[in-house]
Design a protein around this ligand. Structure first.
Ligand SMILES: CC(C)(COP(=O)(O)OP(=O)(O)OC[C@H]1O[C@@H](n2cnc3c(N)ncnc32)[C@H](O)[C@@H]1OP(=O)(O)O)[C@@H](O)C(=O)NCCC(=O)NCCS
Length: 373
């Protein structure tokens, strides 16, 4: 049997990656899109960009549909930026095929969730996504230029073996309170019953800060966070690569260094009453997974440069794991993102060692909170 004839009968179109030569077609397809449109210049960037997958469906010589998937640095959560099929080609399975390719591409990159927004009155698209296993995770009023609302949909590829702890999400409300925000989430997950909000966030920041970072905002150290948790009756252990004060090499000013040392000594002496409170040494992803398996919640220092392209130390909560990933609540929501963008984000286990260190000293720190016995 003639193979190409066979393909032509079974699949009257093919799906492939877009090239620059497709820009005219992509631009024309967007014309059929209701509301906000993607410009030709944006398509050119998407096609050239390795952080984006652009898929096109082609029947004979004609491009009849496209799908764009955007990946976020560091994490393995992807977003369908657009999906459109030419009007005359609708109802023949083109969108379904594009979506299948988009999902396969995302999974090949190790992604475990795919997200998208759709107009809440776009019945055909909503039907398509629901049938393909997407669930509605929220609704945003006034999302589109014309003021109409968007439904937010998500599909998870999390394996059945994923072990996720119930950790509430709380976004930091200030630039420098990732540590307190992460600690609040973790404390609640291990049974703390206090009120999560800005008052506690700032109170913990004031208690746990040792350092003057960059322009002068204080950051929080593992020791400081553990002290703040313990003062609230939560069992907290520190695991750090050095007994020395964190971040000292991030400041030049001798006076600031002295303040950091002083705060660190105070935290250390407050923790000294418990011989298990501080452990000095390297930790691995296996230690993190071991803690999670016991129901403990690790709050880990990571390099924000790898997640948000900002040069700062950053605290996140580890919320679960599967064979290939760790899951993270990231308290920092960059402009234009929303809660769903910070919740149970997956990062490859193999990236953990590189991610969980900060600064020239390659400092590593985590605070592990345990449920009350
Ligand atoms: C939504 C859209 C992409 C669907 O494309 P399509 O190629 O016609 O869809 P398919 O033929 O692959 O259909 C797949 C599934 O979608 C659903 N669907 C598609 N069109 C539908 C319609 N008019 N009414 C109800 N369900 C519909 C069906 O569940 C269908 O599965 P089934 O055929 O097994 O029942 C297309 O209508 C389009 O481009 N619309 C304008 C752009 C847009 O709204 N994009 C989505 C924004 S996020």
């Amino acid at each position: 049997m003639n193979a190409s004839l066979d393909v032509a009968t079974v699949a009257p179109f093919v799906v492939r990656r877009a090239e620059r030569a497709d820009l005219d077609a992509l631009e024309a397809l967007e014309g059929a899109f209701p509301g906000d449109r993607i410009s030709r210049a944006s398509f050119a960037r998407f096609v050239a960009n390795t952080a984006t997958d652009v898929w096109v469906a082609q029947r004979d010589a004609e491009v009849i549909g496209d799908a764009v998937v955007v990946y976020r640095r560091g994490f393995v959560s992807a977003r369908i930026y657009t999906l459109v099929v030419a009007e005359h080609a609708r109802g023949t399975g083109v969108a379904k095929a594009l979506l299948a390719h988009a999902e396969r591409g995302a999974r090949e990159r190790g992604c475990v969730t795919l997200r998208l927004e759709v107009r809440d009155d776009n019945e055909s698209a909503i039907a398509l996504y629901r049938r393909s296993g997407y669930e509605v995770v929220g609704r945003t009023a006034d999302y589109y230029e014309d003021g109409s609302a968007a439904l937010r949909l998500r599909k998870r590829f999390v394996g059945a073996d994923a072990h996720l702890l119930r950790v509430p999400y709380y976004a930091q409300t200030l630039d420098f309170t990732c540590g307190p925000a992460a600690l609040l989430m973790a404390m609640r997950a291990v049974g703390w019953e206090g009120t999560i909000g800005q008052e506690q966030e700032v109170a913990i920041w004031r208690e746990a800060t040792t350092v003057y970072m960059l322009a002068g905002h204080g950051g929080t150290s593992a020791h400081g966070l553990a002290v703040a948790a313990r003062r609230r009756g939560v069992r907290a252990r520190v695991w750090v690569d050095t007994a020395a004060a964190a971040f000292v090499d991030s400041v030049r000013d001798a006076g600031k260094k002295a303040v950091i040392e002083l705060a660190h000594r105070a935290f250390t002496s407050e923790l000294a009453s418990d011989p298990d409170a501080v452990r000095v040494g390297e930790f691995t992803v296996h230690d993190v997974v071991g803690a999670l398996a016991r129901g403990e919640v690790p709050v880990v220092l990571v390099s924000a440069a790898r997640l948000h392209a900002e040069r700062a130390p950053h605290w996140v909560v580890i919320t679960g794991y599967d064979d290939d990933h760790l899951y993270v609540h990231d308290p920092h929501l960059p402009d234009g993102t929303e809660r769903a963008d910070g919740v149970h984000l997956a990062l490859p286990r193999r990236d953990f060692a590189a991610l969980s260190r900060y600064g020239r000293a390659r400092h590593r720190a985590m605070v592990v909170l345990a449920p009350s016995p």
